[in-house]
Design a protein around this ligand. Structure first.
Ligand code: SF4
Ligand code: SF4
Length: 234
């Protein structure tokens, strides 16, 4: 589901599911060229401000951020990350500074200070992602970069994600687990059980640090956690 920030910004372009409505937007594969490269980016920072709670993090994002910053999830919570509830599920998101409504990772020069390990939504910008069964497609978000004059680049190069097919498969699996969890919580009458399932979810996928350093070990560890969580809570 697409989530748009309070000021209408569309960096948090979100993810759509299923076949596109006819003519809604052109879909691209990761190997396609698309006019998305902001080589003229002057670091205005417009795409990093006023995003509210819409830059939602998945376990891969948190693994990358905590490794890159050398800080555990708990140390970032309350300062750079916060929690919100989405369809009954507690999820972390990037925090916007109160005074400027800019992301706490936005530097004074208007550049991202965590560029090498920025979250997936930030990597995507100005793209959105669509899942259709096992296929991942991309589309250009309307009113993305305010600068305009974007040039063409291959989408997989733009994303710069190691082993993109594996990452796309992980995103589809993660999305599926989230949908199942949301349905599980919606059907659960006890608020206490809902809360406990949410706490277990947060601990399992976000708070407990991932031991490995490479992407392969992250995916293996995550798959183990997903199996255990599914067996215990879904
Ligand atoms: S809105 Fe465009 S020009 Fe401004 S910081 Fe973002 S990518 Fe760069
Ligand atoms: S993490 Fe970086 S790219 Fe993403 S919103 Fe914050 S400053 Fe912008």
């Amino acid at each position: 589901m697409s989530r748009v920030s309070a000021n209408g910004n569309t960096k948090a372009s979100g993810e759509a599911v299923g076949a596109p409505s006819s003519g809604a937007h052109r879909l691209y594969s990761a190997q396609d060229m698309a006019r998305i490269s902001s080589s003229a980016c002057a670091g205005c920072g417009a795409c990093c401000r006023g995003m509210g709670d819409t830059i939602v993090l998945d376990p891969y994002d948190v693994w990358q951020l905590t490794q890159g910053l050398g800080k555990p999830f708990g140390a970032l919570l309350g300062s750079d990350l916060n929690l919100h509830v989405e369809d009954g599920v507690i999820l972390p998101h990037l925090v916007m500074r109160e005074e400027t409504q800019s992301c706490t990772f936005l530097g004074a020069d208007g550049r991202c200070t965590v560029h090498a390990y920025r979250p997936g939504i930030c990597r995507l910008f100005p793209l959105g992602r669509q899942f259709d069964d096992k296929k991942t497609s991309y589309f250009i978000v309307p009113n993305g970069c305010v600068k305009g004059g974007l040039s063409k680049v291959r989408i997989d190069r733009w994303l710069g994600i190691e082993d993109l097919p594996r990452y796309e498969a992980y995103k589809a699996e993660w999305r599926s687990l989230l949908r199942t969890l949301q349905a599980r919580i919606a059907a659960e009458p006890s608020e206490e059980v809902q809360r406990n399932v949410n706490l277990y979810f947060l601990r399992t996928f976000y708070m407990n640090p991932y031991e490995g350093t490479g992407a392969n070990s992250f995916y293996e560890e995550l798959a183990t956690r997903m199996r255990a969580f599914t067996a215990a809570a879904l």
